[in-house]
Design a protein around this ligand. Sequence first.
Ligand SMILES: *Cc1c(COP(=O)(O)O)cnc(C)c1O
Length: 405
Amino acid sequence: MRDSSPTAKPAVPEPELPEPAQIQTSGPAAFETGGILTIDLAAIVRNWKALARRVVPANCAAVVKADAYGCGVDMVAAALANAGCSTFFVAHLTEARQVRAVAPDAAIYVLNGFAPGSAATFAEINARPVIGSLAEFVEWDAYRTATRWAGGAALHFDTGMNRLGFALAEAPLFTARVKMADHGISLIMSHLACADTPSHALNAKQIAAFRDLRFMFRGTPTSLANSSGIFLGHAAHCDMVRPGAALFGVNPTPATPNLMEHVVTLKTRIVQVREVPRGETVGYGATWTAGRASRIAIVAVGYGDGYPRAASDPKGSIKSEARSGARSGAVALIAGRRCSMVGRVSMDLMAFDVTGLSEDPVRRGAHATLIGDGITVDDIAAWSGTIGYEVLTGLGRRYRREWRR
Ligand SMILES: *Cc1c(COP(=O)(O)O)cnc(C)c1O
């Protein structure tokens, strides 16, 4: 499915691309798609190493659910395993299978737990369920006893998120179990609800509750922190941290500058450049009116490619009324200039104001940068009233994807 050979070049040469030997690609040639999503695997590895250094002596795992936040789970897990990452977290068994294919020796935890009847598949993949209810535990344990499968599992305790996990009051049910030989419980974990808001009172409450659990389960490894949790300091690190978003360049400390390297670049193609007379409108709903004679570049990416439609409107509200000349915050980089989006994001197209740019670089077939060169997934999220996580995971499979090493 993946053409990794250096000879597999796009049919139309892309002059500004790096040497083909440095990249691996997936999907059709660029001109057959709306754009090229480039994923910098070396930056992902540097982000992982920076987080791993920050939490020493704790271990640093990697969360690669949702196709590694849209960055390609097989490529990402292979690169991280190669860099020394030995524990991965995914949401679903099918994702565990993808990680297992490229990381034969890694521990792989499945966050969404143990679906009824899934035991044989867990054993086949050698994946570890993250167990958060007695029904899951009983089924996992029965299969283990019946087959002598020695696979591990994590116990997930709820310390305040109220999403998944055992109640703290259920912890004593397991304290005798973890003193048995071959008990199979390889990790005690919980998840922070407000780690990206360091001042939130729930952080201290969850850290304190988890400290009590660590005491009860002395000798069994423990894990609490996601990306943002790592920046809450040593008390949140425990034995293992579980960063996801920060590996992929999303800012784990939203109140302060991003310490992580950016990972993804999204370039699209100008389909057409048109003149829009003063007083005419652009796009669905006629929400933008040209306040002057304008040149508008139409590019080949829309909400069907994961670019949020909510970025269309000035206040991040799709329902906001049309306002003459009002602009959203959204920009693209065209011919080296930041150009404002005008009108609504369509399914497959968007419009940017290129009035005043010289005609030669702004023409049919030229590139526009939607992410990269100073435009981040967090920027798009801010323009759209959402979070970088949603933008990243939403970018989808419609692009040609290229991975740089
Ligand atoms: C998704 C997830 C993570 C990773 O969170 P980030 O904020 O992306 O670092 C860690 N732990 C659990 C339980 C998760 O669901």
